[in-house]
Design a binder for this molecule. Structure first.
Ligand code: BES
Ligand code: ZN
Ligand code: ZN
Length: 498
């Protein structure tokens, strides 16, 4: 399931006019003077003199065999007005440019990297964004298709001579992180019949072990003997047996007293169970394991990057199906923590499997901090739309660091409240807690409060990615399907963790 190897390379823009390449890509500003090598000034002017190209975002124009350049084709990619250009502008522009190259069946391209300071950007962040957009835009999910255009084999970024040494390691790092995103994307896009819990868990373990992570699996028998009552209530209706995967990354250099725990919701298909979803909501529910995919891919990436942080990950993986053996609305079950839960709705299953996962990690690993990521509620999409994740934490400092990683990676998170008095909503007359709130409003908050009850006093944050985990239509640097949302976010957060 892993993305293929594609070369990302940094080179010198010195005498760029003499470089042989199939495609030279030149980002062009709408209103500002060009910050490119002088040898390109003329040809950029020619492009800007066209009626159809002003350098606005999303605009692109291609010249064939241009005079004075060795490149076979030159693509001018508009990046808009100087004041509105940020890193995301470059991710999008480079992703779109690569997608055009794929359509043209171009096999390699060289991007001219503009002078960052002229755009008031930081050079490393700008170059990283360009490489991310291009590399992610080059990924296609075409393994089940006969007719396809190949992805590029080589993507180069030409920078001024003095920057080539400074950024020598950057391409490899960006490639590693984006390979993590691509891995998560593919897992999410793969249909449910090809990633039943046993199979998905096996694939995660195989790749994790290859990178030197310690991996263990709790199978159905072990889950029963360990009393994962909430998780087993969700899997009860499915012919596919559940799994819990645990991954450990314990670098010798890391602070032993500060273990970070990650938990990811892994519902390989969410039919809703006995509270069966309406037909239009069933579509796309193969993506309900995007949290687990993001966490597994983050762990694999952390191992590849040798990040000096102790990490433990837990992935509860189940299928939520209706059948004669399925859990019913109204049932009471006993969770791993010992708390009893009244099932108000079998479609609120993510919080059940995560509750057991969170309790298990806290009991066995006493982490310093735990972060869970989950496609948890449609209500979160109503609140924040399809591009921004909901961020919940009672620890403001923790929420702030995740929020900031969201800004840097443009995997955006918006902090939502966890009001104590809303816990009322989860009260049950006959059990310790109910799995849904008794109001039709505030569903994302109710779900987060339910989880907080199981995180107890451990420093905890919850990221609801129901919106941004999946797209039905392609975007500039993502194909339709899983977006891999969370991998770049969590990697950035772990990298900056102290
Ligand atoms: N997996 C869904 C949430 C979801 C919805 C993810 C749409 C992605 C897109 C979750 O398990 C669910 O069904 N939540 C219910 C909870 C409700 C029954 C309290 C919801 O949000 O409607
Ligand atoms: Zn559900
Ligand atoms: Zn779900």
């Amino acid at each position: 399931m892993e993305g293929e190897f594609k070369v990302l390379k940094i080179s010198s823009s010195h005498e760029i006019e003499k470089k042989q390449t199939e495609m030279l890509v030149i980002p062009v500003c709408e209103d500002s003077e060009s910050s490119h090598p002088d040898s390109l000034a003329n040809i950029i002017q020619q492009a800007l003199s066209l009626k159809e190209f002003k350098g606005a975002e999303n605009e692109a124009v291609v010249f064939f065999a241009p005079l004075g350049l060795k490149a076979k084709q030159v693509m001018f990619a508009g990046i808009g007005k100087k004041d509105s250009i940020d890193e995301e502008t470059f991710r999008k522009a480079c992703g779109s440019a690569i997608k055009k190259c794929i359509q043209k069946e171009v096999q390699e391209a060289i991007f001219i990297v503009p002078c960052a300071s002229k755009l008031d950007l930081e050079p490393e962040r700008m170059l990283s964004a360009m490489m991310e957009g291009a590399y992610l835009g080059n990924h296609q999910f075409d393994k089940y298709k006969k007719s396809k255009h190949p992805s590029l084999l080589k993507i180069e970024f030409a920078v001024s001579d003095e920057l080539t040494d400074r950024f020598s390691g950057l391409a490899q790092k960006i490639k590693t992180i984006c390979d993590g995103t691509i891995l998560a994307r593919e897992w999410v896009t793969i249909p449910s019949n090809l990633k039943r819990p046993e199979e998905f868990a096996g694939e995660v373990v195989k790749l994790a072990e290859k990178e030197g992570l310690k991996a263990s699996v709790l199978d159905h028998k072990a889950l029963k003997s360990n009393k994962f009552g909430a998780l087993l209530a969700v899997s009860a209706g499915s012919a596919s047996k559940p799994r819990v995967v645990i991954l450990e990354h314990y670098p010798v250099t890391a602070d032993k007293d500060k273990t970070l725990a990650l938990a990811g919701k892994g519902v390989t298909f969410d039919s809703g169970g006995i509270n069966l979803k309406p037909f239009d909501s069933l579509d796309g529910m193969k993506m309900d394991m995007a949290g687990a995919a993001a966490v597994a891919a983050t762990m694999i990436t952390a191992a590849r990057l040798k990040l000096p942080v102790r990490l433990i990950a837990i992935l509860p993986i189940v299928e939520n199906m209706p059948s004669g053996s399925a859990t019913r609305p109204g049932d009471i079950i006993t969770s791993f923590s010992g708390k009893t839960i009244e099932i108000g709705n079998t479609d609120a299953e993510g919080r059940l499997i995560l509750a057991d996962a969170i309790s298990y990690v806290i009991k066995n690993y006493t982490p310093h901090t735990i972060v869970d990521i989950a496609t948890l509620t449609g209500a979160c999409m109503v609140a924040l739309g399809e591009k921004i994740a909901g961020l919940f934490s009672s620890d403001d400092q923790l929420a702030k660091t995740i929020f900031e990683s969201g800004i840097r990676t443009c995997e955006r998170c918006w902090k939502m409240p966890l009001p104590e008095d809303y816990k009322e909503l989860l009260k049950s007359e006959i059990a310790d807690i109910r799995n849904i709130g008794n109001s039709k409003y505030g569903g994302a908050i109710a779900a987060a409060l339910f989880l907080s009850d199981f995180a107890e006093n451990t420093r905890w944050a919850h990221i609801d990615i129901a919106g941004p985990a999946y797209i039905k239509k392609e975007s500039p640097y993502c194909t339709a399907g899983g977006t891999g949302f969370g991998v770049r976010l969590l990697c950035d957060w772990i990298e900056n963790w102290r």
